[in-house]
Design a protein around this ligand. Structure first.
Ligand SMILES: Cc1cc2nc3c(=O)[nH]c(=O)nc-3n(C[C@H](O)[C@H](O)[C@H](O)COP(=O)(O)OP(=O)(O)OC[C@H]3O[C@@H](n4cnc5c(N)ncnc54)[C@H](O)[C@@H]3O)c2cc1C
Length: 523
């Protein structure tokens, strides 16, 4: 049974970027905002460290811009960095007005933290649960407007783009298994990242890169997908899918050790455990590959237990869930895919190369992060670009009159999938393993080619399933994962150098000319 609905604005994704857009857009018309799972299941909810923002007299926009550009290793767009950094204080003030209670010092000033790569203290945080506080604040604000309609458990399947104009999307209701069509004057993709394409990730299950894959299929330009940031320390446990152990723990003195309890970071960098994120990830990757062990250990058990529990309530709770008392024993950890610096090419208003299609947040590639994201810069980007996108669409779309766009019904495959689930789970596992082992932290051309060959076969199988079988959310995500994996491989193959977080043993040096790797056409 198919249905078509018309709405003014459709927003795919209800994390920091989608909610920020909706709040600013609501005064211009009716908005439908979709989440693939429950509202809480998104990267925003799990953000731990905080939001970077210049505040007070000791810091300046110039310093934050410089730190961001240094991390981005030649690929940041300076104008974009200046815009996002200088819009930060306005967005933070708004969050505070809407009730967000950032941690303060005894003298009532904000307790700004310092993180790797930042030359000043500029990280607003709420203990180590900042993302939850941001999401709760934005969600409460958005719910207060009657023009914003929320729908959870809805997965967008495809965008509908004709004559380079986006007219809306086909959606699967995951509760009823019905497919329906939404036509909208403007569609905003705010679907977050794609960590699930790797075997180990800090990202929740929703992060299968759906928005990037959909936009790519619809003709949007995608760039810099090879720059996947790995977080060095994710909890390693058979039942823990995406539990991040924040870098702030190493900031407080935690030491990485091998299985024999020996510290090893002194062999890799003069800053030892406080070396930059990508160096620590590479060191662990190297040690694990050489020793064949499954994980390394992060030890902070020599610190005062009360201090640890109070400073890191999130980590304490996570570890205890898996019977690990981090105040008494080391935490088993592995590096895990954490953040996608590339994505759908968009400006700071979210505008893409497709008319009426916008992209904001982690799924976008604005030029802010370049070849490596500076810690705590992504919530900032989501807040600023979401805000700008909402304002911009409101201003330009309001003049366009009512929504007269039409979308054809979904073509439903006729064969039931009931006996074929195993094919989906097999391909799902295979993609993630291939990407982890052949296209992870350290790359080589030979391994990239191997990964490409395997993914080409998997892709053929998925395409055949996709058009003949009854569509399910697992199949939708599998197809998107495969597209994302191939986009990463394509961009990685094109980059004949090592830059930022992209490290290829065949080309260990940086090229003289810094360039983005853009992909547009179908292969
Ligand atoms: C563990 C962890 C810690 C982090 N810590 C920090 C930090 O301290 N500071 C910082 O700046 N950044 C941090 N990050 C990164 C940051 O959290 C994310 O980059 C940011 O929250 C992304 O926001 P977003 O709105 O783009 O996407 P998300 O918050 O991931 O939201 C995506 C939304 O899209 C929806 N969606 C996805 N696919 C579909 C589909 N097909 N159809 C419909 N809806 C869909 C999801 O349901 C969800 O609502 C962290 C990330 C992780 C995972």
């Amino acid at each position: 049974m198919f249905m078509t609905e018309k709405i003014d604005f459709l927003i795919l994704g209800a994390g920091v970027a989608g909610l920020s857009t909706a709040i600013k857009l609501q005064k211009y018309g009716k908005i439908l905002i979709l989440a693939k799972n429950s509202i809480k299941e998104c990267n925003t909810y799990f953000a731990a460290g905080g939001i970077s923002c210049v505040w007070g007299e000791e810091d300046t926009f110039e310093k934050h811009v410089k730190d961001t550009i240094t991390a981005g290793d030649g690929l940041c767009n300076k104008k974009v960095v200046e815009k996002i950094v200088s819009d930060g204080p306005g967005r933070i003030k708004e969050l505070i007005e809407w009730g967000l209670d950032f941690d303060k010092l005894p003298d009532n000033r904000y307790n700004l933290a310092k993180e790797g790569g930042h030359s000043k203290r500029r990280i607003f945080h709420v203990k180590d649960l900042t993302g939850k506080a941001v999401l709760d604040t934005l969600y409460d604000k958005a719910k207060s407007y009657k023009n914003i309609i929320f729908r959870e458990w809805q997965i967008a399947i495809n965008l509908y783009v004709k004559d380079n104009i986006c007219r809306g999307a086909h959606i699967l209701d995951r509760k009823t298994n019905e497919i329906y069509t939404i036509s909208a004057k403007a569609t905003v993709i705010a679907t977050g990242g794609c960590g699930k394409v790797y075997l180990y990730t800090s990202n929740p299950d929703i992060a299968s890169g759906d928005g990037i894959a959909m936009a790519y299929r619809a003709g949007a330009t995608v760039a810099n997908m090879e720059f996947i940031q790995f977080h060095p320390t994710c909890l390693y446990h058979p039942y823990a899918k995406n539990a991040l152990i924040s870098e702030a723990l190493r900031g407080e003195g935690a030491i990485l050790k091998d299985t024999n309890g020996k510290p090893f970071m002194d062999r890799y960098h003069k800053l030892k455990d406080l070396a930059p994120r990508d160096i620590v990830s590479r060191a662990i990757d190297d040690l694990l590959k050489k020793t064949g062990e499954d994980c390394v250990y992060l030890d902070v058990s020599f610190k005062d237990p009360e201090f640890l529990k109070n400073r890191f309530p999130g980590i304490n709770e996570t570890c205890l869930k898996y019977d690990i008392d981090f105040t008494k024993e080391p935490i088993p950890v592995v590096p895990a895919a954490h953040y996608c610096c590339g994505g759908i090419v968009a400006d700071t208003n979210g505008a893409t190369n497709i008319k009426r299609l916008f992209a904001v947040g982690e799924c976008s590639c604005t030029g802010f992060h370049g070849a490596n994201r500076l810690a705590s810069n992504s919530l900032l980007e989501g807040l600023v670009c979401g805000h700008n996108c909402g304002q911009y669409i409101g201003e330009i779309m309001n003049s366009l009159g009512p929504n007269n766009l039409t979308i054809p019904d979904w073509h439903e495959g006729s064969i039931s999938d009931s006996n074929e689930r195993v094919v989906i789970s097999q391909n799902w596992e295979e993609i993630r393993k291939v990407m982890q082992n052949y296209a992870g932290i350290v790359k080589m051309d030979k391994l990239l080619k191997r990964a490409w060959d395997r993914l080409t076969l998997i892709n053929e199988e998925i395409v055949q399933y996709y058009w003949n079988f009854k569509i399910t959310s697992d199949l939708i995500e599998l197809r998107n994962l495969c597209t994302i994996a191939r986009l990463i491989l394509k961009c990685a193959h094109a980059r004949k150098e090592s830059r930022g977080i992209h490290y290829n043993l065949d080309y260990p040096e940086k090229a003289n000319l810094a360039r983005n790797s853009t992909v547009r056409k179908h292969w």
